[in-house]
Structures are given as C-alpha cells and as structure tokens.
Design a protein around this ligand. Structure first.
Ligand code: SF4
Length: 494
C-alpha cells in the first residue's frame, strides 16, 4: 500500500510554492496525497518563522498529532521550512515523536530523510547552510489549474532589521532566465493562464549573473509565451526598481497593470532604522512613474506600524505617503518582535495601545482611499479570471468570484451570456456595479464568457505538474518546443 501524505503550510507565497515542490517530490517518491479526512501516514509541516508565536503554534499542532502516531506506529511526521531552519535539533528535543527535520535549503532530501529515519528508527535532522539545488529543479504538484507560481530567485542580500528571511533563506540565488522561461512555458502549455514570478526581491534579479536589467528582460520574454495571458510578480524592492521594469510592464501586453511594492514606513528616519535603503520621495517617484506609464495600474503595498522608536511624527509621515500614493490596498502589520532579528533588540519598543491606535488610524485612512479608488471603477467593464474559493459568501449570495487584470477581487452574478457552465479558469467580461473597500461587485451579469483549457482541466480534476528539470537554456527568448512539452501526461515571499 502506498503511504499517504499531507503537507500543512504556514506563511508566505514562497512557502505555498515550496509546498507544491514538497508534494511533487513526495509523489515522485511514491507517496499519494491523502484524499479523505483521515490523518495521513506522513504529515509534513512547512513552517514560517515570521509570525509571533509561530513556535507555540507548531508545538501545539505537533502535540495534537502525538496520539495519532501512537495509534499508527508507522506514521511519520516531518517539519521543514523557516522555523525548522531556525530551531533545528530543538524541534526533536521538544517533540521527540517527530521523525524528520529539514530546512529551507534541502527540500529535495525529504524522501531520503524519511527513509533513513524509518530504517534507523531515530529522528533525522538535516539543515544545510546553503542551497544544495535550486528548488525549481524539483518536481512540483501544482494546486491550481489556471494560475501558477514560478520562482526567479530565492534568498535576499538585504538586511532589513525586522526581517528573518536573510538568515533563514540565505543570500540571493538567481535562477537562469532560460530555466524560468522554460517553466513558465511548460505551465502555459498545460493551459495555465496566469503566472506570478516570485522572489524576495525580484528587482535585484540578475545580480548573480551580472545583468541589472535582467528582470525587465524576463518580463518582456514572458510576453512571447503562447497562451500566457497574465503575468504578475512579487515582491519588488524600491531600492532596486529601475525604469526599464516600468517600461517592460507597460509595453508587454500580458504583464498585468498591477504592482505590489512594500513601503514599510513613510518616515525616512524609520526607513533608515529598518535598513531600507530608499527614502519616501524615491518611493513616491516610482509610484508616479508607474502611474504615468499605466494610469490604471493598481498599486498595493505593505506597511509596518509601531516599529521601535516610531514617533507620532514618523507615523504622520507614513499617513502622508499613504495619502499621496493612493494605494489600491495595503497589507498593514503591527510591529511585533521577531526573535533573531536586529529590531527585536532595539530600544524604543512601543506599548501595544499606541501601536493599536496608530494601526486603526492607518486602516481607516487606507479604507477610505481604497473605497474611493474602487468607486471610480463603477460602470467600467472588466475581464475576470474565474476563481475557485475566493468568495466566502458566494454560497449564500449565489455570486461567483474572479480577479480582474489589475488583481482586484470582483464578486459577480453568473448569469447572462455564458457559454455553458462557468468553470474556475474560464474568462468572463462583466461591468462593475458597486464598490466596497476590499472588493467590487458586478451584478449586471456576464457579457462574454470564454471557455479555456484551464477550465477544461479544472473540470477534469487535472492540475499541472512540472517536472522541475533545469533545462539550462542559456539566454532570453521563448523556450523551444521541446522545453515546453507538456509533462502532465507523462505522469509527473516581504
Ligand atoms: S524584508 Fe524583503 S528585502 Fe528586506 S531582508 Fe526581508 S526579504 Fe529581504
């Protein structure tokens, strides 16, 4: 009987994508995904070290699995990801029923470590200090039929004082452009319409092979990939943002009019304390240029409130940038100490009430701005990529949901000019009828419905599975036919 497995993922998109790789590696090693509600024979935790109390949560979850393991002695538990990279052997000291601990640099070793733990009847802890192979050279079992992640780089050369990523993910490693494009092409050839290029700092892409314009070129090359309709990326760093990327975004039709660029603070003093080497004016200047080139672009951001030493004046500076930048939306975070980061040791940690009060003010302002921006879209026609599971109230409202090209979430009434059943992965056109700060409504029905290969595959229960072989193509340009050959039929982030 093949062993069943389940991967439980915490944290950012980088982890979500790593979990696709873990699933791919395990399936290739003969494990099968647990389909029902039973506890699987193998449970893998892909952890995150960024959130406060991440370790308490992990040990709580591990504690709950202890009884299941007693009932099924053949069961194995593995812990990977950032918290494993950080806590290493401490995990098996605190939870001796864990079988394998692996880090962020050796995802591909998981089946071997499980085998070794089974054979030796003792826990295996293997943490590498640097990547043994780029994760994208591993097979991946994709979660979505219509939308996929593709890593361009892993790690980060910056040293933002609030961030644990550099110490856990290591220095930036860039993937060769030909390999990135081959993977994007392979996904497109399986019907995937939308690809998000992923890296901790995508604008630094190319630093390893000496081409500071590499990211812009990569975007343009994505424009040549047949069948690929939407290209997004996350996350850029304002320091490394060059004008050629804006030009590439504006001039490449399948690159979406959307930019998620972390601000973190609008105060230059705070940016300096965070070791973010740009200043508010530079940030606003990039926003201005993006709007000039793409007037309808939706610009979103991340902001930290209550960083150590933040004064009322510093916070006002953040509000000022928020007013001037007019973000479509912002992911706002209350600063909390992350052990192992320089900021956790800084003087001037703020009382919770002060942070909460500033946070509430920021949310109120951003909600006003988001609502105003969304109201301006009422009456406009949008193209939506029909999504699976994006609308929590859909069962009640009988609406469906999808993302517009600029990334906005739209809940729509699935009536009108539809060509049969609407499936996730299909494309529809509709008109925005109402706005809220965090979503839009389109209740006038569908004007056009395009059935897609992604929709067919969703309906057939097929998900793309990329083989992960690094094809080593040396330069830019659309991948060759051989490299884009479908692999599905052969059974294969700040
Ligand atoms: S916040 Fe982003 S840019 Fe800064 S160190 Fe972390 S990953 Fe790098």
């Amino acid at each position: 009987m093949p062993q069943s497995f389940e991967v439980r993922t915490y944290g950012c998109q980088m982890n979500v994508h790593d979990s696709e790789r873990l699933s791919g590696v395990l399936e290739e090693a003969g494990y099968v995904r647990e389909a029902g509600d039973d506890t699987a024979d193998l449970v893998v935790f892909n952890t995150c070290a960024v959130r406060e109390n991440a370790d308490n949560r992990l040990y709580g979850n591990l504690g709950r699995l202890r009884a299941a393991k007693r009932e099924n002695p053949g069961m194995q538990i593995a812990v990977g990801g950032c918290l494993a990279q950080k806590d290493r052997g401490e995990i098996v000291r605190r939870a001796p029923w864990v079988d394998v601990v692996f880090g962020t640099h050796n995802l591909g070793s998981l089946p071997t470590l499980l085998e070794r733990a089974r054979h030796n009847q003792e826990a295996e802890v293997e943490i590498l200090e640097s990547l043994d192979q780029f994760p994208s050279t591993l097979p991946a079992r994709r979660e979505s039929a219509y939308s996929g992640w593709v890593s361009v780089s892993v790690g980060c050369n910056n040293t933002c004082t609030f961030c644990i990523v550099p110490s856990l993910r290591g220095k930036e490693k860039d993937r060769r452009p030909g390999d990135v494009l081959a993977e994007v092409g392979a996904l497109a050839s399986e019907g995937v319409l939308e690809v998000t290029l992923l890296g901790q700092n995508v604008n630094a892409y190319g630093v390893e092979f000496g081409d500071r314009y590499a990211f812009g070129k990569l975007l343009r090359s994505c424009g040549d990939i047949e069948g690929l309709e939407r290209v997004r990326f996350t996350s850029p760093h304002p320091r490394d943002f060059t004008d050629d990327v804006i030009d590439a975004m504006a001039e490449t039709p399948n690159v979406c009019p959307q930019l998620h660029m972390p601000l973190q603070s609008g105060s230059d003093r705070m940016l300096k304390a965070m070791r973010r080497s740009y200043r508010a004016e530079r940030f606003l200047n990039i926003v201005h240029k993006v709007r000039e080139a793409m007037p309808h672009a939706a610009i979103t951001t991340d902001i930290i409130v209550g960083f150590p030493g933040e004064t009322e004046e510093d916070f006002e500076a953040t509000l000022d940038v928020v007013r001037r930048a007019r973000f479509a939306s912002a992911f706002t975070f209350q600063y909390s100490k992350r052990p192992g980061t320089p900021a956790a040791e800084m003087d001037g940690q703020l009382p919770k009430e002060v942070v909460q009060q500033r946070y509430d003010r920021l949310i109120e302002l951003q909600n006003e701005i988001s609502l105003e921006a969304n109201q301006q879209l009422v009456g406009s026609e949008v193209e939506l990529l029909v999504a699976e599971g994006e609308g929590r109230k859909n069962a009640h409202t009988e609406r469906r949901s999808g993302r517009a090209r600029d990334g906005r979430l739209v809940h729509f009434t699935p009536e009108g000019e539809t060509d049969g059943e609407l499936r996730p992965g299909d494309l529809v056109h509709t008109t925005i009828s109402r706005a809220a700060p965090h979503h839009l409504l389109a209740d006038g029905g569908v004007h056009r419905h395009r059935r897609t290969v992604a929709g067919d595959r969703w309906e057939a229960g097929q998900r793309p599975k990329t083989s992960g072989v690094g094809l080593g193509l040396p330069s830019f340009g659309a991948p060759s036919d051989a490299s884009t050959e479908s692999t599905a039929e052969q059974g294969c982030g700040c």
